[in-house]
Write a protein that binds this ligand. Sequence first.
Ligand code: ADP
Ligand code: MG
Length: 738
Amino acid sequence: MTSRDNDVLATPLPRVLGGKTADAFRKGLGLETVGDLLRHYPRRYAERGEVTDLGALAEGEQVTVVAQVQSVTTRPMRQRRGSILEAVISDGRESMTLTFFNQKWRERELRPGRTGLFAGQVGRYRGALQLAHPEFSLFADGVEADELAVLDFAGKLIPIYGAARGVTSWQVNAAVDVVLPLIDGVVDPVPEEVRVARGLMPLGDALWGIHRPTTREVVDAAVARLRFEEAFVLQVLLAQRRAATRALSATRRVPESSSLVEAFDARLPFALTPGQLMVSEQIADDMAAEHPMHRLLQGDVGSGKTVVAVRAMLRVVDAGGQAALLAPTEVLAAQHHRSITALLGPLAERGLLGGSDVGTRVALLTGSQRTSERRSQLLDVVTGDAGIVVGTHALLQEHVDFHDLALVVVDEQHRFGVEQRAALAAKSREGTRPHVLVMTATPIPRTVAMTTFGDVDVSTLAEVPAGRSPVATHVIVAPEQPGHLARAWQRVREEVAQGHRVFVVCPRIGDTVDATGGEDPGEAGPEEEGRKAAGVLELAAQLQEGPLSDVRLGVLHGRMPAEEKEDTMRRFADPQAGDALDVLVATTVVEVGVDVPQATMMVIVDADRFGISQLHQLRGRVGRGTLPGLCLLITDAEAGSPARARLDAVASTTDGFVLSELDLDLRREGDVLGTSQSGHRRTLRLLEVARHQEVIVDAREAAQQVVDADPTLATLPGLAQAVDALVRQDQADYLEKD
Ligand code: ADP
Ligand code: MG
């Protein structure tokens, strides 16, 4: 029964529209089925006014008038080429003029004596009211009053559709006329009780309402209903995933004694914050359960996530298992390895001379390692001698045998999808999954967490450890403040003179034309418009010849061989190094996780090419020790431009949560959700994560109840189908992304 009904929405467009039109719809708008077309909602509605007397017109109003054509003349225009057609219309008492440019052919329709409806915005020309390019609909020849036609034409909302090459709004409109009558009895993915309890209309009514509204109220009600549906279907999917996670099994990791964790805490030169202790508790509880933890730990840069992660890893080592820490790049993996080894000190030297009794080892696995080195590290992993294994995300795909993988910590990755979690199954003991902790420094607004991350638990480190001074941030508009720019480089020299480190960040690597003569794509993904953004290579050369001739300057970018990057970072990070670097001119490779306590200053050149979150991340690289930090955002973006607004926002606060909300507002949710807007279709059309928090909360509750009652949706085929479609879309988007 239901399958037949829903087949209406699945019907390929060529079957109902004709091949050429359907082809244009597919190519231009990505619409393939009747359902796709009906989910291509109007972008907005134009309004025809109510029927108005000619005598009561006011300039600027949208009006519709019933009138008779009196006379029509066409004459050439005086100033420009082309012709102007003027028709005088009258309602018997008053008259006014209609004008059309270059439409002489309309003389054939607008013959004197014909009556009809004319709609448009009232304008004024040489003192007289007129309608320029009105829409009109003439009554049949000889008919002077046609009430039905008047009712049908006046006061209506005209849907305006998103158009594309080869497809006009008008064509979409006509196609919608063809398919709307086919959807009688279409199956609603929203169960009736859920719908009725909220006073929402059925799907069929909503589709009619949004495409063919009679009033604004109808549009609002239809949109409310369709928006709820988007939130609801998504939340049902997430509720099912939560249930699936609970159904998986994991080994409980409860240590008999927390000797490593305790020894580690005793080594720390500071006290853990209450937030760090609380999150550690949550993680310990999760890992004591028989199903895998899947927790997201978010906290601003410098909030102390790494310490929490290390404690979680040591806890599973205390319980006899192993932990893997995955970083997004080799540079960061190597750095994590360095900093964890340093934090652990003798605790990381088990079995080595001078190592502690309680202890473990920390292995590092990277693609660029020498074979012999890698082999010895792999051996530690396989035997379990290495309790902690650090590598890049590629570690999951690689053939690495763990002795007993208990916990995976994923650093700085927004989305650790279902597919990736499934890949973990192969890494752990038969039939079980490791516990997973994902860390991110890009704070995620609550509603985004509830949509994108609705199937994970979220912990937040809200406070930054005491004793850290905030980074002062200033915007320097280069063309207006050349003196400031010179002063900025002077300041860099002063910092260096005090033994501090300085980052200079550029959006691009530089004009290194490759062998094929191709352009350097850069690393920040700047909007390529107008002048090219500064490149690392040119700027480094300029600085070295000019204002920074007396400092030790290095470059770092993504195209350097891993070993060279590693070596450059070491020289920059280690104050004792004989070949130390004072200033690092770099791309965004320094964005995440890079930790150099002596770094006190960052200059971001062409800062307007970066997004808010990225700037905040970058800035988080300085002021990590106890020294105060300074960040200069250099731009030539004009005051009042959106780019300047972004920079001013970053300069105005160091609160990552405030910035992420702002960022979300400015970008809309598209990028955050990972559903790129460049694609034709988007899963969320009416639901804006930033604006519709109540809808999301409400839908989440409803979804949980529905899934609790019927986990497989066996009794709700319409909903099952909608969830299925979402999963397929989700996977397609996800695959596209990599
Ligand atoms: P995140 O990974 O969240 O950016 P880290 O864990 O790297 O932050 O911590 C940033 C810096 O703060 C490190 O130098 C770390 O040693 C220090 N730190 C962490 N926790 C505390 C604390 N409770 N008190 C003082 N300093 C801390
Ligand atoms: Mg960190």
